[in-house]
Design a protein around this ligand. Structure first.
Ligand code: PMP
Length: 445
């Protein structure tokens, strides 16, 4: 076991105790509570570049990046200045403003969407996209994939990943809700298929296709750990469009991260609608959905599908999103640098694990990566069922050891980490050094 002095966590512990008295579980989003990995959740005081500093003054190399948005690194000057500039002119208007037009023009140009509508979160984006799909097709059912997570709207909390990624072993087809409080009648409108299983999707669509309004999917999964789609699965997804169901790419995590045109651009996908979040708001609360203009014209006030938001198109949030996307667009080398860093991280983890005899299987695409703590002798982890075989105890011990050595990894086996443009060789070396010790520690008696 480690001989290091335990991290200083007195202030985080005190804050966690106060938080638990007034907030369920002490956090405003479940995975932050470290429930699946154990240990004290660190209360963060500030974040700059690749680093988080907690309430006790400890600094960590950050691999969460606020769960995706901070692709440029924390507190990036371009974003900070854009928000500070917008702040001088008021924080919310409840009436349209120029920045919303500019961001919509930029997003449609980068992604190829015809029209886009801004929301304040990814959940609102996916929820609204489904309503539009139902309104447009006049059909009721949706199809999602086991272990994919699309936010916490009722109809999407069915066999959902992310913080719900446990015990998803019900039958495929019509499935039970993943959360209390979701009426089974809602869940019954959501059919579930297996990710990366083209035959299962074909069969489901052959049986129920004419009732299906939309198939929603993560084009690269981050919420069961990273799962990369096979070309055969992507082809099966496109086949659903032949029967009139809309294909909805949930790019909340992958949008502007895997490329400027998201996973859609990288993988050559042709969805009818896409959903965005995270990077599109540069660390402020923004989501968006968009795509085919004939479908988006069903949205109110143009069309009959109602969707609204008091803070939608918020000027500070639009400014942060614009600054982030413009910085990404004007730095063509950024995706190459993210690729290099993250592939070296993947290679380093694989060889360190092999040296210390810890079985891991690393899934990595661009700046998204998950080390699954299991041996996969042939191929890689492709779906929820395989991901779920990981040794979560070993992952938890490894996570805690990394944290004690100043590396803030994602606090769950079933999440992606996110590398930012602020991560350099210094952080990579520090991470691999800590990982070597953490792997070694796992195997010590
Ligand atoms: N879709 C995906 C793919 C996500 O990863 C998330 C959040 N992690 C959401 C939707 C929901 O976004 P939000 O948390 O902003 O509601």
């Amino acid at each position: 076991m480690t001989t290091q002095t335990p991290s200083k966590t007195a202030r985080s512990e005190a804050l966690f105790a106060r938080a638990r008295a007034v907030t369920p579980g002490g956090v405003n989003s479940p995975v932050r509570a470290f429930k699946s990995v154990g240990g004290t959740p660190r209360f963060i005081r500030e974040a700059h570049g690749a680093y988080l500093t907690d309430a006790d003054g400890e600094r960590f190399v950050d691999y969460i990046g606020s769960w995706g948005p901070m692709i440029l690194g924390h507190n990036h000057p371009a974003v900070r200045e854009a928000v500070a500039d917008a702040l001088q002119f008021g924080t919310s208007f409840g009436a349209p403003g120029e920045r919303e037009v500019e961001l919509a023009e930029l997003v449609t140009r980068l992604t190829g969407a015809g029209k886009v509508r801004f929301t304040s979160s990814g959940t609102e984006a996916t929820m609204s996209a489904l309503r539009v799909a139902r309104g447009f097709t006049d059909r009721k059912l949706i199809v999602k994939f086991r272990g994919n997570y699309h936010g916490h709207a009722d109809g999407l909390l069915v066999e959902a990943g992310s913080g719900l990624m446990t015990n998803l072993d019900g039958p495929l087809g019509e499935s039970a809700p993943s959360s209390a409080g979701v009426p089974p009648e809602y869940a019954a409108l959501t059919l579930v298929s297996e990710y990366n299983d083209p035959a299962a999707l074909d069969t489901l669509m052959a049986e129920r296709g004419p009732e299906v309004a939309a198939v929603i999917f993560e084009p690269v999964v981050g919420n069961a750990g990273v799962l990369i789609p096979t070309p055969e699965f992507l082809a099966a997804l496109h086949r659903v469009q032949n029967g009139g169901a809309l294909l909805i790419a949930d790019e909340v995590m992958t949008g502007f991260r895997l490329s400027l045109s998201g996973a859609t651009g990288l993988l050559g996908l042709r969805p009818d609608l896409s959903c965005w979040g995270k990077i599109i708001g540069g660390g402020l609360p923004v989501g968006a959905y968009g795509g085919r203009s004939d479908v988006m014209d069903f949205v109110s006030p143009q069309g009959p599908v109602y969707q609204a938001g008091t803070l939608s198109g918020n000027p500070l949030a639009m400014a942060a999103g614009l600054a982030t996307l413009r910085t990404l667009e004007t730095d063509p080398g950024v995706y190459g640098r993210l690729e290099t860093y993250t592939s070296r991280l993947a290679d380093g983890l694989k060889s360190l694990a092999a040296e210390t005899g810890v079985p891991i299987s690393v899934n990595r695409i661009g700046s998204m990566l998950t080390p699954f703590f299991q041996d996969v002798p042939h191929g890689s982890v492709r779906n929820y069922a395989q991901a779920a075989r990981s040794d979560t105890q070993a992952f938890g011990a490894w996570f805690r050891e990394l944290l004690s050595r100043g590396i803030y990894w994602a606090p769950s086996q079933f999440e992606s980490i996110f590398v930012s443009a602020a991560h350099t060789d210094a952080e990579l070396n520090a991470t691999l050094e800590a990982a070597r010790a953490a792997f070694a520690d796992l195997n010590s008696p």
